[in-house]
Design a binder for this molecule. Sequence first.
Ligand code: KIV
Ligand code: ZN
Length: 504
Amino acid sequence: MQRTPFFYDITLRDANQSLKKPWDLKEKEVIFNYLNELGVQAIEVGFPAASEMDFEACHRLAQIAPANTVISGLARAVEHDIVKVARAIEPATKPRIHTFITMSPFNMEYVLNKKPEEVRKLALDAVTFAKNLIGKKGDVEFSVEHFGDCLENLDWVISALQDVVKAGATTINLPNTVERYRVKTYVDMIEKVYNALPKDINISVHCHNDLGMATAATVESYFAGAVQLECALNGLGERAGNTNMYEVAIALHNSGIETGLQLNKIYETALVVAEMANVPIYEKAPLIGPDALAHRSGIHQDGAVKTKNMEKGAYRAIHPSLIGRSDDEKIGFTSQSGKTAVFEIISSAGYPITMQEAVRITPIIKEKAESVGELSDNELIDIYMKEVFEPTGAFKLINFEKLSDGMFRLVFSHNDKNYDLNGRGNGPVAACLQALEEAGFPQKLLHYEQQAIDEDVLGSEAIAMSIIHLEGSNGETVIARAKDSSTMKANVHAIFNGLNIIHS
Ligand code: KIV
Ligand code: ZN
């Protein structure tokens, strides 16, 4: 089914009415501009009968609305409210009056204290009145409040809606005003109404999130025939909120449906809305949560790193850039993490490390994480600096100096026994190794290199970094590094670091 979903935003009405401090005109205008940037097709700007302030806000937003955006206001099924909406949104190019009444048996009896036939008449009168007021310039939306609770009288609701459509409503909204039951129950009801009404009527869904399934109910309703999807930014709204627009948009996008929205505006919008609503985005909020891109288990970290720059990721629903998120997948190091995380965190911070070194220092980092929990990148880097550049052990370099005639003097201690030897060789590395051999510590040098230092990460006092590969007595290879302002000292220091690693 390829119908373009019609995103009808209710942030300025349903979300706004749930805020501890509802927005004033200026604040509403900020959100309104973000909604236009996102490209939603319709915006319910408020409930003009609620207060003079909301009336003014609706009026102003209708004046500045883009010509192709439907601008609507909510009204109970009473003439006073409907007139207020008509006046408030009159400047819009595409105005809509949205009127509603409950049709659930429970609410008709205990809240409205009215018989079903009285309610049907109120609905018809409201829609007829609204249609006359709005004329050809705009349209009328009718909502069955508590539709999700109309399972037992669904046939009656459908017959009432057939009359409501004849009276002039072109959008029929079927709210799950309180989410109480299964998604499938609701979606089946949507499908039944869709099949019973003329095909030129827009079926709309409006789901509250009392059980945390509003997104699922909205997405599946789209596939069952609903075209208008009433959603709110950040999932704000009464109680546990309304359907979160971002989740619906991305679920449809991932399912191959063109949403017509500027998805890359989502993240920025979410941050602004959270701030303005004074409702922080919770850590684990899908897509936009601060922790929504974090991987802490070794297995997930491995998959995340291997698929890092690919559009589809092993452990993420989208590439963050799709919603305009520039922060990358976060690799957080805990006792559950592994070598890939160590390698990724250290190398992303610009420090030199090989996977072999990451494997070596991972148990040390894990031990620390076991006692303190997640380590910050800086804590991890501190351990790396110590374990890679200053590994402690039985060998201590005390002095190394150049004598004359290719001779070098090496002073060191091993387990508190001091050695003072001369070595010869073509360069300090060979001379140091020769002196060590003489002291009874022969080492096989497999590889040696000097690297320029990135001053920003390793400190400006160091100018040289030596990297050596030594073979231990059991044949294992160790990589050791050292940095110093003297190339000669960096070389010898690296050999001693290697010794300490081999004999640790
Ligand atoms: O949740 C609801 O039923 C509503 C209607 C007024 C549309 O917000
Ligand atoms: Zn609602």
